[in-house]
Design a protein around this ligand. Structure first.
Ligand code: BGC
Length: 798
């Protein structure tokens, strides 16, 4: 392998050209040049003491942003081109202070793979497009996700990236959230554990991460101006919990604050969020950066403890310098922010002059991407063992997405991949034939439609993605002909989404052409006693109830990354037994979603101003009236039956659960629950075992049950068993009591429910234990209080 090593000396030279351009002339501290403290050799305190005010302000403000075709106010594109020379496509870079040995560090997106442009340094760049976050979470397998992280981080390292801007771990509050595909789940426990696994994997390479978007950023509509009105309890239990788990389990190098306001204040300007909760209560040791151009007031951001403002403008530097000089910003607060950044710079690959090849092993990583997709897809329906498909079956393949797989979403979560394996190609590789006539018809249609809407340049595409091609209204006689010659039909339905816009209710439902396609194929194939399979290649939850009676089997592939077609074929052919489970509920109707009447909130157009990048900013507000009743917490507590419940997923085998044993009938400091899972079917398989807890209801209302632990078995052969043990601590029993500002486990009877989904019918074993007295698991400071009280959804007391 050819190693291109960019020596530190060259990096320094690079830093000088970029950093000096913005350093205004000020008196340097008195040391002679040769006695200047150096980062890594001297203490950070000594280095900070040697920095001028301007150097400090330049360090806490990034060195700009470069996107071809975009012109950002207040930025010098010559410098930015320099930044791109190290990592073409990097999303941002900090400034260095060469005279003190501080190098600039490079950050790039994003959750689904390393963000690189395809050209730079005279060559072509690609990265692995991993299965999107929602699919990875459906694996419920932290060891697998860690492996993805290790490979993902190695690509970042080989490209000379210091920090990956991901993972994204906002909660799926509403199925229309435009960036849900980047995020994991409606549940904070699975969110936090999957995020921690990815962070640990990436960071094992000496590459940092930025968990984002902190916090309560659950929509794209008015994303830079929306005020999220939310209770302290819902914040603590639902919207912050995943971040807390990820911080405590994995210590990400950085956290990215979100664009929105929480209860009236921008997240990046809230000392209670950024310093009290994140740094003090949770013990976060890294630094906090803003989202790109996030927040408004750089001085308030500095005071809040938001160490770094990204991507950084000259105006922010000036405001910080002026505020220190004018006495509005204590220089000690600035020093603390500088120190946080320097502590991470010290760990960075750039500082350590790590070698990088610019040639990650994409072939090896493609196999890991395929395996991750294999282990995560969710089999929703499989009547009369429709799947797996018999070897050498002749398949009729319908739907534009079957020939044009959606590997991942758009925006900063998009990945520049070398190829995408379509479902048609995957089936072909698996030896499952598909008909040439359909292949030709669909590809001609796709080419024709693409020609009508040619893709725009990177920036325009980012801001305003080309709309997806509409489903092909395939002629009924073509379907009839296929029903005569093929053994089985597969229809792929696709949905994409991305940064900047939420999906519409109409996109939640299938369009008329799509429903017609499914109905026509089902009529023709069922008339010949042949089966119909639907594959969902989607970015977010869609309706299933209006059409699924026509399908004999439904496989949820989400957006499966660059090897997607091969992975879907692995499941359809039975090479892999599906073991993914839903990490987010599929409701019967959109209106069943608890946040439906409060999404995406209300706008105040009369108060519109000019916001980020000169775009119009409309003040908006969204009230989380559903409180803690998000996802299954709502459906189960309020008796609303979903189409497919949280935690659900089928296998080609069956599992038996036995011998649930608690370590004690009463809770003292901890309690353990063990259960034996046996493969009772005919093929090897893995089971996701879920532990839900029902807590006593006294002072606070509680969800009917909450996921408190989960694990995936190893691959069990038919007849083989595995015993799993889960341990619960007081924190696992506790709810956030707002009046006491504390996590309290209420005294009373708790029910442990272990099963294969959150639906009661899938709960296989239950046991109870008693807690004699309330336990205060954690006492916190009073923070994040809504400005005006509002009414939250509560179950009616029985
Ligand atoms: C996105 C972030 C991303 C950043 C840098 C922002 O628009 O919200 O998720 O990391 O851009 O590309």
């Amino acid at each position: 392998m050819r190693i291109i090593c960019l020596p530190f000396a060259r990096l320094r030279a690079w830093a000088i050209t970029t950093a000096t351009a913005v350093t205004t002339a000020t008196a340097m501290p008195a040391q002679a040049q040769n006695t200047l403290p150096q980062l890594g050799k001297n203490s950070t305190a000594e280095v900070i003491a040697a920095m001028t005010l301007e150097e400090k302000a330049n360090l806490v403000v990034g060195n700009g942003f470069y996107i071809p075709g975009a012109n950002f106010p207040g930025m010098n594109s010559a410098q930015l081109n320099e930044a791109q020379k190290k990592v073409p496509g990097a999303s941002g870079v900090t400034r260095g202070v060469p005279r003190l040995g501080i190098p600039p560090i490079v950050v790039t997106d994003g959750p689904a793979g390393v963000h690189v442009f395809n050209t730079g340094k005279g060559r072509v760049y690609y990265a692995t497009a991993w299965p999107v976050g929602t699919l990875l979470a459906s694996s419920w397998d932290t060891a697998l996700v860690r492996r993805v992280g290790v490979a993902f981080g190695s690509e970042a390292k080989e490209y000379g990236v210091d920090i990956i801007l991901g993972p994204g771990l906002n909660i799926h509050r509403n199925p229309l959230g435009g960036r849900n595909f980047e995020y994991y789940s409606e549940d904070p426990l699975i969110t936090g554990n999957i995020a921690a696994a990815l962070v640990n994997g990436i960071q094992s390479n000496g590459v940092g991460t930025s968990i984002k978007h902190f916090a309560a950023n659950n929509q794209e509509t008015d994303r830079n101006s929306v005020n999220t009105v939310v209770s302290e309890r819902a914040l603590r239990e639902i919207y912050l919990k995943g971040f807390e788990i990820a911080v405590k389990q994995a210590q990400p190098w950085t956290v990215m604050t979100s664009y929105n306001l929480i209860n009236g204040v921008y997240t990046s300007e809230r000392p209670d969020l950024v310093t009290t909760i994140l740094k003090n209560e949770w013990g976060f040791k890294g630094f906090v950066m803003t989202d790109w151009f996030g927040g408004k007031d750089p001085v308030a951001q500095m005071k809040a403890g938001n160490n770094l403002l990204m991507p950084g403008t000259a105006d922010q530097v000036k405001k910080i310098v002026d505020a220190v000089k004018g006495g509005q910003l204590d220089e000690k607060a600035l020093d603390r922010n500088v120190e946080g950044i320097l502590n991470i710079v010290l760990q960075s690959g750039t500082f350590k002059a790590d070698k990088y090849s610019d040639q990650p092993d994409l072939t090896k990583d493609a196999q890991i991407a395929r395996e991750a997709a294999d282990e995560s897809m969710v089999l929703l329906k499989n009547n009369n063992n429709t799947l797996p498909i018999a070897a050498n079956s002749h398949i009729a393949l319908f739907g534009i997405n079957a020939f044009n797989l959606i590997a991942g979403g758009t925006g900063s979560g998009d990945v520049n991949r070398l190829y995408t394996v379509s479902l048609a190609e995957g089936l072909f590789h698996a030896g499952l034939m598909e008909d040439g006539a359909l292949y030709t018809a669909y590809n001609e249609y796709i080419a024709q439609e693409n020609a009508k809407h040619p893709k725009k340049g990177f920036f325009e595409e980012f801001m305003n993605p080309t709309p997806p091609i509409q489903e092909y209204p395939i002629a009924p006689d073509m379907i009839t002909r296929q029903a005569a010659i093929a053994d089985i039909a597969i229809i792929s339905i696709g949905r994409n989404s991305g940064e900047g816009t939420d999906r519409k209710v109409s996109e939640f439902y299938l369009g008329e052409t799509e429903k017609q396609l499914i109905a026509n194929v089902a009529a023709a194939f069922h008339a010949k006693n042949k089966k119909v399979i639907v594959v969902l290649n989607i970015a977010g939850v869609t309706d299933v109830t209006q059409w699924e009676d026509n399908a004999d089997a439904v496989l949820l592939a989400w957006q499966p990354g660059l090897e997607g077609g091969n992975a879907i074929a692995d499941i359809l052919s039975g090479k892999v037994n599906p073991s993914g489970k839903l990490a987010t509920t599929f409701p019967v109707h959109y209106d069943d979603v608890p946040s439906a009447k409060n999404f995406p909130g209300k706008e105040f157009p009369e108060k519109a101003t000019t916001g980020m990048l000169g775009m119009k900013a409309i003040p908006a507000e969204v009230t989380y009236e559903e409180g803690i009743y998000v996802g299954y917490r709502y459906y189960n507590t309020f008796g609303v039956k979903p189409a497919y419940p949280f935690g659900y997923g089928l296998s080609y085998t069956t599992f038996g659960y036995s011998d649930l044993k608690l370590s004690s009938p009463t809770f003292t400091n901890t309690i353990s629950a063990s259960i034996t899972v046996t493969n009772t079917g005919k093929v090897a398989g893995k089971e996701v075992v879920q532990l839900y807890l029902t807590a006593p209801v006294h002072k606070l209302d509680k969800p009917a049950e909450e996921l408190r632990a989960f694990a995936k078995t190893s691959l069990l052969k038919p007849g083989e068993s595995q015993t799993l043990t889960f341990t619960l601590t007081p924190a696992d029993l506790a709810s956030y009591n707002t009046t006491a500002s504390a996590w309290i486990a209420d005294a009373g009877k708790y029910t442990v429910k272990i099963g294969a989904s959150s639906d009661d019918i899938d709960i296989k074993q239950t046991a109870t234990f008693n807690l004699a007295k309330d336990i205060v698991a954690e006492k916190d400071e009073k923070t994040l209080t809504p400005q005006t009280p509002f009414t939250e959804l509560k179950p009616v007391k029985k």
